[in-house]
Write a protein that binds this ligand. Structure first.
Ligand code: C2E
Ligand code: MG
Ligand code: MG
Ligand code: MG
Length: 278
């Protein structure tokens, strides 16, 4: 394993945590508390539909407002959350927060879709379906405007099981998309059996596609593949206008990235929408 140090100054291993290190136990205790103390915040990043030039919805991305350490990004705590049981209440909480804020938009007549990220262990957890169902009812969320993002890697850990689970979740009418597409090892045979709505092309292929022919070919082919499978395509990590124009030229459906906006807290995102006449 490769030892790394994240920006908490906590060192950890890329593939596995030192199970009982004091740092790990401390951060875990803090994480449990974070949910109770309402320290978890969702930031929203817009998804622009290239055909209509409108914002269709947002991806909700977690941040942790830590009382001593300040605002923490997911890379510094999600890997730990994901190997511990805290990931279950954590994801439940993210789903609730997202639906609460989406409900405020809906009450103003704004039918934005909202997507949340679901970890591999949540996907394999049979409590995900009843929790989603209960939350959809509690917040009266139009299911077709709520979306789950699942990474390729999570889907392919046990693809047969993922198919069974996602078929059940799909009966709720929520949307399902594959995140970070291209970085894992998707079996196309399984992919076409999943009840998916969209593929999100990973930023690593998008960011250099103007200079790197191979990246361009990968992006282009992925768009064709997705469309042949009747899926929408979202390009992640779009940082300049030239890339947007190129993506538009090769029929990419949607884009997300810093060029449009960095992820922002709900209130700031509302202001951004106003300022940009969306
Ligand atoms: P992701 O789902 O692939 O999210 C995209 C990440 O790329 C986000 O990082 C976003 O801020 C960043 N990004 C967006 N546009 C650009 C761009 O133009 N340039 C660059 N350089 N980056 C861009 P973030 O928010 O730090 O999240 C990182 C990852 O943490 C996410 O990757 C997702 O896998 C995970 N994550 C975030 N929130 C949650 C959550 O609520 N639950 C779970 N399980 N995982 C989450
Ligand atoms: Mg995502
Ligand atoms: Mg992604
Ligand atoms: Mg990612």
């Amino acid at each position: 394993y490769h030892a790394k140090t994240n920006h908490l100054g906590v060192s950890f291993y890329e593939r596995e945590f030192d199970t009982n290190s004091p740092e790990r136990l401390m951060l875990l205790a803090d994480l449990n508390n974070a949910i109770k103390e309402n320290q978890l915040v969702l930031f929203y990043q817009p998804k622009l539909n290239l055909q209509t030039q409108t914002v269709e919805g947002f991806e909700a991305l977690i941040r942790w407002q830590h009382p001593e350490r300040g605002l923490l990004f997911p890379d510094s705590f999600m890997p730990l959350a994901e190997v511990s049981d805290v990931i279950y209440p954590f994801t439940d909480h993210v789903i609730e927060l997202a639906m609460q804020q989406q409900k405020q938009w809906l009450s103003e007549g704004k039918r934005y879709s909202v997507s949340v990220n679901i970890s591999a262990r949540n996907l394999m957890d049979e409590r995900l379906y009843p929790h989603l169902k209960a939350c959809l009812k509690k917040y009266k969320t139009p299911a077709e405007l709520f979306e789950l993002e699942l990474t390729e890697t999570a889907l392919m850990q046990d693809p047969e099981r993922a198919i069974t689970i996602l078929k059940r979740i799909a009966t709720l009418n929520v949307k399902l998309s594959v995140d970070d597409f291209g970085t894992g090892y998707s079996s196309l045979a399984y992919l076409r059996r999943l009840p998916l709505n969209a593929l999100k092309i990973d930023r690593v292929f998008v960011k250099d596609m103007l200079e790197n022919d191979q990246d361009e070919i990968i992006v282009h082919s992925t768009i064709a593949l997705a469309h042949n499978l009747k899926l929408q395509v979202i390009a992640e990590g779009v940082e300049n206008l030239e890339i947007i124009e190129r993506l538009q030229g090769i029929n990419c459906d949607m884009v997300q990235g810093y060029f449009l906006s960095q992820p922002k807290p709900w209130k700031e995102m509302r202001q951004w929408l106003k300022d940009n006449n969306y």
